[in-house]
Design a protein around this ligand. Structure first.
Ligand code: ADP
Ligand code: LRH
Length: 510
């Protein structure tokens, strides 16, 4: 079969990578499918505190993207490029097409209290009926409300989500890819159009929202200067819109083929954030779903990602950063995870906390915050880094348990396994705890699901016969090694869940 070679740019909140994907479908019976990823460039990413704000260094990201494309193009002819990144965050362009300031991180504190303030203008139930989104404090709509009256918003002509901003710098084309647009809070999920009425009621300039584009649309070719930097002929390399929300791309590559005969796909996209839920054909917009904190994001081909955000491995990576800064010895990830797996060094389910406590959202000293949250809830305060790590992993697994059970109840589905994808699949202890806590087998892998989903949508846009998600997922399942974790008995997860429920947490905003 025909072979395509594409570059997938996948930007995570803690690292960015440029991967070369090679795809070829078996020409006939006995033929062999290929779906290969080669990492050509990886770079750390982190928000930067400057003055009062927490920002993304988006020019550095652009530079690393160009550098990655150069390395990818050196290795052979490229057929296309696609970009996905974390959702919600965005840049504003002025009328000359120049970026107005640095894009804020969604962890910046300027949105504190904004969702509650907006709820007094447009009720949470009404917002949910329009956009289907959990009222997370950092949704783009709340970031924009926080920016009302600022010089930047007042002079803004165009809002671009981060993958669209980077795509603009590559091609000069503006637009808003639909899966990522669905995370803004300003997309009307029933109409599939920008929710201009909602924006007006919140005094937001809806004219800054650019035309929507679909995954698979071609933005254009690299601008001549960029083509020269990357070392490809002018007009030679098309940029393709993919499912540009990283979670949308990751869910495209969930290898749910064969093991889910009922077709109910439950997944945990495990990276800086943990996103756990189900793929559905239609949103669940019930009051129950809303108050349980579930969101309905847009996926490839009109699907819905019905899921909840769980605070994720962010808590772990920020803890590591804190210990490293303080020079605490023995706090590299492999050492800590080995310790946390040893019951002699950290008693399982000894300390459990609400890992979604909003105090864990901003950057900072996670071990101290966890100690405070544990003390408040009457839980033992972890004493050593290994105990902190164990508490974080047990608490994550408990949050997964609750979220999976709620998703299944709210959507009336019955998945046979939980697929875990993303960097978190490399944490074997967490995979096992997830299976144990959820009482469901975990199928772990691929770790680079977002990049694979990015590659698959490009391959389809280039004409490969990948008509639907089943075809894409079958290809991933046939070409990737997956690890299966059976739930083990032994720990009393139900009792730990009771302990947590006792501590109580309001999910609802406003
Ligand atoms: P993002 O795309 O949000 O930046 P990733 O999907 O790359 O996140 O996942 C990053 C996380 O994966 C890290 O924070 C870390 O906890 C986990 N991880 C990555 N590699 C390993 C490893 N070798 N062992 C255990 N955990 C790992
Ligand atoms: C994961 C993710 C998630 C969003 C968050 C802002 O990287 O895209 O789906 O909720 O970042």
């Amino acid at each position: 079969g025909r072979e395509v070679r594409v570059a997938a740019v996948d930007l995570g909140a803690t690292s960015g990578r440029v991967m070369v994907g090679t795809v070829a479908l078996a020409a006939g019976p006995g033929g062999v499918d290929r779906l290969e990823l080669e990492e050509v460039h990886r770079f750390p990413n982190a928000a930067v505190r400057a003055g009062d704000g927490l920002f993304w260094d988006v020019l550095a990201l652009h530079r690393e993207v160009v550098r990655g494309l150069l390395l990818a193009a050196r290795g052979g002819r490229l057929d296309a490029v696609g970009i996905d990144s974390w959702a919600v965050d965005h840049g504003l362009l002025d009328r000359d097409g120049l970026l107005l300031g640095n894009p804020f991180s969604h962890r910046d504190k300027r949105t504190d209290g904004v969702a509650a303030q907006v709820a007094t203008v447009v009720g949470p139930a009404e917002q949910y009926a329009v956009n289907g989104l959990a009222a997370l404090p950092f949704n783009t709509v709340y970031q924009l409300v926080a920016a009302r009256g600022t010089a930047a918003l007042e002079s803004a002509e165009t809002l671009l989500l981060l993958p669209d901003l980077l795509g603009y710098w590559l091609t000069g084309a503006v637009g808003a890819e639909r899966t990522n647009a669905s995370t803004t809070g300003l997309l009307d999920i029933a109409a599939g159009e920008w929710a201009t009425a909602l924006a007006s009621r919140l005094d937001l300039p809806w004219s800054i929202l650019p035309p929507l584009r679909e995954p698979g649309d071609v933005l254009g070719a690299l601008l001549p200067e960029v083509a020269a930097e990357v070392g490809v002929p002018e007009g030679g390399l098309p940029v393709v819109a993919v499912a540009s929300h990283d979670t949308a791309s990751a869910v495209v590559a969930v290898p749910a083929a064969g093991d889910d005969p009922g077709g109910d796909v439950a997944y945990l996209s495990s990276g800086t954030w943990s996103l756990l839920g189900l793929e559905l054909d239609a949103p669940v917009l019930t009051e129950d779903a809303r108050t349980a904190g579930f969101t309905n994001e847009g996926g490839l081909d009109g699907t819905v990602r019905f899921l909840r955000n769980v605070m994720g491995l962010w808590v772990l990576s920020e803890s590591l950063r804190t210990w490293e800064a303080a020079g605490v010895p023995g706090t590299d990830l492999p050492t800590l995870l080995a310790g946390a797996a040893d019951p002699a060094r950290a008693t399982p389910l000894h300390t459990v906390v609400d890992i979604d406590d909003p105090r864990l959202l901003p950057p900072g000293d996670m071990p101290s915050r966890i100690a405070a949250i544990a003390a408040e809830a009457g839980e033992p305060v972890p004493g050593t880094p290994v105990e902190v790590v164990r508490a974080v992993l047990d608490s994550l697994a408990l949050a997964y348990r609750r979220t999976l059970h709620e998703a299944v109840r709210l959507a009336g589905r019955d998945p046979a396994v939980l697929h875990v994808v993303g960097g978190g699949t490399r944490n074997t202890l967490l995979c096992q705890l997830t299976a144990d806590a959820c009482g469901l087998p975990v199928v772990a892998g691929p770790a680079e699901a977002a990049a694979l989903g990015n590659v698959l949508v490009q391959a389809r846009a280039l004409g490969l016969d990948l008509p639907d998600r089943a075809a894409m997922r079958g290809l991933v399942a046939r070409t990737h090694e997956l690890l299966r974790y059976e739930p083990a008995a032994g720990l009393d997860w139900a009792a730990a869940a009771e302990r947590l429920a006792g501590a109580g947490r309001p999910v609802e905003v406003g």
